[in-house]
Write a protein that binds this ligand. Structure first.
Ligand SMILES: [Zn+2]
Length: 397
């Protein structure tokens, strides 16, 4: 009984590290990039960052990272015993190399308007229409907000770059370029016998589109970022709630905001060789220090400017960071592969009664009346909250 249990456990542990895996379109990681971080972090700080930001369950990281007295051994490739040895520093002083210091003036800030918008908004699932009203496209709204923030930041002396200036893709690829990749994915699903030809084609089409508008698009943006080397990235999004009845769309009453930093790599994610590398890369760059510092100011600013409650996650895919409400860690493609501290903003529920009403009013100067209240345009309120957050962070020494 005991012996069987032990073998079963061994088998389970081995299956966790069995195969070398990369996420779609990802490159094999270049572990030598970590060399410059040798003896730059203490054992205590490494473990704290792992548990409190990047991977909150030891059972998730233990198949991949072995902690010894003077080094962490990180498995480079699933199914192999090749390790990257990261030697710890003795003292903790390196922890203070990235202090909570930020200044708008002189900073190089990159703004990433989420999604593509325009003619691609339906394909990317960031589009809805109520009756005969003009459709709401998250990508278009994000670009409008990004442009408002850009001009405000430039007035305050920052150098500002945008990943896109139009509601058009950055990637040169299109869904048709991912035919083989989608076929391979479908083959791995082992569903061929269970699905009709029509259903199969539908799923293949969706998969080709996903490779285009999400994976390839975000990778193209990450290439721009690598060249620009910004000190901060702002990802501009508007959140949306699931439709109570997708067949018969009616607006919801929920409305809230939250701010994301990178972290919370789950067991199935850290099993990918590239994601494991990217997590360690972010940890060693201490980008989480700046992300948390700015995100907390940003969250307070959104609470103040919008009066909205902060959203709370329930599942294991997000981790609460610090005490300030509304700040959470998640592992998303964009905040993982963009090489700089990333603040990922998710304010407003676009398909809520209150927000939809304001989206319909568009952008305008000054105030307009809604019911008994005088309100600024939603886009300007969003940009104003971002500016307030950055100004507060910039003032604090
Ligand atoms: Zn979005």
């Amino acid at each position: 009984m005991y012996k069987w249990g032990f073998l079963g456990l061994l088998h389970l542990l081995w299956s966790l590290v069995e195969a070398a895996k990369l996420t779609d379109l990802a490159e094999t990681p270049d572990w030598k990039r970590l060399d410059r971080f040798q003896e730059s972090i203490s054992k205590q700080e490494f473990i704290t960052q792992l548990n409190e930001v990047y991977c909150p369950r030891e059972s998730w990281w233990s198949p991949w990272i072995e902690i010894e007295e003077n080094r962490a051994r990180i498995r480079k490739k699933g199914g192999s015993d090749e390790f990257y040895d990261l030697h710890f520093s003795e003292s903790n002083k390196s922890a203070h190399q990235s202090p909570n210091y930020f200044q708008i003036s002189g900073s190089k800030i990159l703004i990433d308007p989420g999604h593509i918008g325009g003619q691609f908004s339906e394909m990317e699932g960031r589009h809805f229409a109520i009756g005969d009203d003009k459709p709401v496209k998250e990508g278009n709204l994000a670009l409008s907000v990004a442009l408002l923030i850009k001009s405000e930041l430039e007035r305050k002396g920052a150098e500002v770059l945008l990943t896109r200036q139009k509601n058009q893709p950055v990637t040169k690829s299109r869904p048709r370029d991912f035919k083989d990749l989608a076929e391979t994915w479908f083959g791995k699903m082992k569903l061929s016998n269970e699905l009709s030809a029509e259903e199969k084609n539908k799923r293949l089409k969706k998969r080709r589109e996903l490779y285009f508008y999400r994976v390839s698009e975000i990778m193209a943006r990450s290439q721009i970022i690598r060249k620009m080397k910004p000190s901060l990235i702002l990802c501009i999004h508007l959140n949306a709630a699931p439709w109570p009845d997708p067949e018969n769309k009616s607006l919801v009453s929920r409305n809230d905001y939250h701010v994301l930093v990178n972290g919370c790599y789950m067991g199935g994610e850290i099993a990918y060789d590239n994601q494991r590398f990217e997590m360690i890369w972010r940890l060693l760059n201490r980008w989480d220090v700046r992300e948390r510092f700015i995100a907390e100011h940003m969250s307070n600013a959104f609470a103040q400017k919008t009066g909205l409650p902060a959203f709370s996650y329930k599942g294991p895919n997000a981790l609460k960071i610090g005490e300030v409400k509304g700040v959470w860690a998640r592992n998303l493609l964009a905040n993982r592969i963009y090489e700089a501290p990333v603040i990922f903003l998710e304010p407003y529920i676009a398909n809520s009664e209150a927000v939809y009403e304001r989206i319909k009013m568009g952008d305008y100067n000054g105030h307009k009346k809604i019911g008994d209240e005088m309100v600024t345009s939603l886009l300007r309120e969003y940009a104003g909250a971002v500016m307030l957050g950055l100004e507060k962070a910039s003032r604090q020494k």
